[in-house]
Each structure stands twice: as C-alpha cells, then as structure tokens.
Write a protein that binds this ligand. Structure first.
Ligand SMILES: *[C@@H]1O[C@H](CO)[C@@H](O)[C@H](O)[C@H]1NC(C)=O
Ligand SMILES: *[C@@H]1O[C@H](CO)[C@@H](O)[C@H](O)[C@H]1NC(C)=O
Length: 351
C-alpha cells in the first residue's frame, strides 16, 4: 500500500521533472559549484549567494524585448526554449535563462520562499541591467515564481507567460467540488507530509534500487498523454533525477525545498490578484494542454476564468510537455510580444 502510493508519487515527480528536460542532454557530470571553477557566468546577490545564468538571442543592448525564462522542477538554465532563430532575430528578443537557487550552478537558498523567488529574478535583472521592465516566462513548476512576480513586482513586468503552470491545491479560492476527488491532490498531500516530517525516509526511498527504472515510468500513461510519450522518445532522461544524483544531499534538499514552497501554503491567493496591467500596457498568458495529466486543464480553465485579464490558450491534443511541441514557443512569443493569437490554440467549448 505504502510503496504503491510512493511509486505513484515518484511518477508524479517525474511528470513535473520532464517538463524541464532538454535537448541535447547537458553536461552535468561536473557538479562542482564553487565560484572559482564554475563554467557559467554568475552574479552575486546582496545576500552573498551566486546565481548562474545564460544569455541567448539578440544582445541585450540591441534587443527590443528582454525575456527571463524560469525553469521547472529538477531543471536548469540549459532547458530548451525552441523558438525559431529567425523569429528571435526579427522580433529582437534577448533571452535570459538562469539556474534557480540550488539548481545547476546557483547556490542554494535555505530560506527559499515564494517571495525570494521573485526577488531573485528582480535582482538578476538589475545586476545585468536589462532595464526597468522585462518579460517573464515560467515553465511548469517555475510558474510559482512567475505568479510571485505578478504579486510582488508587477511594476517590473513587461508581460508574462506561464506554460503548463502548477496548481496549488491549497489556494483558498479553489472550490472543493473541483478538487475533492483529484488523485493528484492526494499525491501532493502525501509528498508534502513526507517532505516535512520524514525527509530522511523520503531521501532513502528515492535512492532505492528496487524502484522501477525511469524508462518504465517514462512511458506511464498515468501522467503522459500520447503526444507526451512521443516527445519522451526523443528527449533524454533528466540527469538531476537519477538515483545517484538524488543521493547527494544538496540535490535532494533543493528539490525538497522547491516542492514544499510550490505546494505548501502561499502567502497570497493568485485567484485574488487584480489585473497588474489595467492600462493594457502588458499582457499575461497561460498555455495549457487540454489532455495534461499532471496539471488538469479543468482547474486551469477555472483559474483563467476567475482572472479575465489572463489570455488562456489551450493545445487541444496537448499533455504536460507542450513546451517541447513544435511551433509552440513561436506561438507563445507571438502572443506575448505581438498580441497575435493563433486560433489553433483557442480553447474548445465544453460539451
Ligand atoms: C480573497 O478574496 C476573498 C473574497 O474576495 C476574501 O474573502 C479572501 O480573504 C481573499 N483571500 C486572500 C488570501 O487574500
Ligand atoms: C498556428 O498553429 C498551428 C499548429 O501548431 C500551425 O500549424 C500554424 O502554422 C500556426 N499559424 C500561424 C499563423 O502561426
């Protein structure tokens, strides 16, 4: 019974993780993170922590749009954002990816919170002098940091997109009727309990050999739809989630802390946010797969309906891995930067 639940929990974790995978596989063999032998550019935050980052696209001083990408659970600044190069050049897009605290080559933040994630983004933008306003794109669990930006630093935002963003079942305005029977809510409750009260047990358990191999879980239809499973055939497994990696205390602690902030109690309710851009100077978008089995589209639709200033886009045959689907990053940039809607992603009316 317990191990059954635990396996389901692991599959859930992987569901979150795969949102974050990348092509081609990054070289994470060298996991040292001391400032001296780091291979990435890093900036030092006011509390002394370093954040590693990666800049792509048009140089920032020539760019028309500056975008910070916030990666998901178990991922890093090396995740792919597959927008066509011509579009990036044509629109003048500067992309800034960074390792959230504790990931990749960034120092851990033992005091990680909803707010600290937004303030890290703001400080990164200021240290790199990308301007008073910038866009933020959050992927899967990285969207909690994005919601946090909407709440804490709205005046810094030039626009926001969230891709398959996490739902926190503790948001007070979610109706009980919508979430009561949701098996994902039960998995998350269990995982929070273990993370909070039995971290040693959880750590031991995730590094056990008798768990099914990743390849078995990858093809599990419990969390992935058909299109996701096709994607999983071409993207490599995620290096941070191998059993060897998970044995490392710093990796485990980062994942555990991130999970607890994302799914623990929030100090604001996103469904209560007022339109941060009443003058329509900027826009906020949610992108969701209709068939997403990790984050149910039914609840995402409810969230978007409560916040009519959010532009809601839906991939009809999309699962949780929509960011990897061809054409999607292009559609995301066109909607965010040009206000162009692709009608293929207009939500189907419910029958
Ligand atoms: C959200 O709004 C409702 C009603 O508008 C209010 O009762 C509730 O206290 C608010 N919750 C938070 C967390 O601000
Ligand atoms: C809209 O999206 C569909 C599906 O990805 C794509 O085939 C089509 O080219 C897109 N249309 C435009 C105008 O970008």
């Amino acid at each position: 019974m317990v191990s059954g639940a635990a396996i389901v929990l692991l599959i859930g974790l992987l569901g979150m993780v795969y949102q974050a995978t990348q092509l081609p596989p990054p070289n994470l063999d060298d996991d040292s993170s001391s400032p001296t032998d780091s291979s990435s550019s890093r900036i030092r935050l006011s509390d002394g922590r370093y954040l590693a980052y990666r800049e792509t696209g048009v140089p920032k001083d020539k760019a028309k749009h500056r975008i910070i990408i916030v990666h998901g659970f178990g991922s890093s600044k090396d995740m792919n954002f597959l927008a066509p190069q011509e579009l990036i050049d044509e629109l003048g897009v500067y992309l800034l990816q960074y390792d959230r605290a504790g990931y990749g080559e960034s120092d851990p933040n033992p005091k990680r919170s909803l707010k600290s994630e937004a303030l890290d983004i703001e400080e990164l933008a200021d240290k790199l002098q990308i301007g008073s306003k910038f866009h933020v794109i959050g992927v899967s669990m990285g969207s909690y940091a994005t919601w946090s930006c909407l709440n804490y630093i709205p005046n810094r935002l030039a626009g926001v997109a969230m891709i398959a963003p996490v739902i926190n079942y503790q948001w007070p305005s979610l109706p009980k009727s919508l979430i009561r029977g949701d098996y994902r809510r039960k998995i998350i409750c269990l995982s929070l309990f273990l993370a909070k009260y039995c971290p040693m047990l959880l750590h031991w358990w995730v590094s056990q050999k008798w768990l099914p191999s990743n390849s078995v879980i990858e093809k599990n239809p419990a969390f992935f739809n058909n299109r996701d499973i096709d994607i999983l055939k071409i993207i490599p497994g995620f290096p941070m989630l191998t059993k060897d990696k998970l044995k490392e205390q710093v990796v485990f602690d980062t994942l555990r802390g991130d999970w607890m902030v994302a799914f623990g109690k929030w100090d604001f309710d996103p469904l209560n946010l007022t339109n941060p851009f009443p003058q329509k100077t900027s826009s906020v978008h949610i992108w969701q797969g209709y068939e997403d089995k990790v984050v149910p589209s039914e609840i995402q639709r409810f969230v978007s309906a409560k916040l009519p200033w959010i532009h809601y886009h839906e991939v009809p045959d999309g699962g949780h891995l929509i960011v990897h689907y061809s054409g999607l990053c292009e559609a995301i940039l066109k909607a965010l930067l040009l206000g162009e809607e692709n009608i293929s992603y207009r939500p189907r009316s419910e029958t």
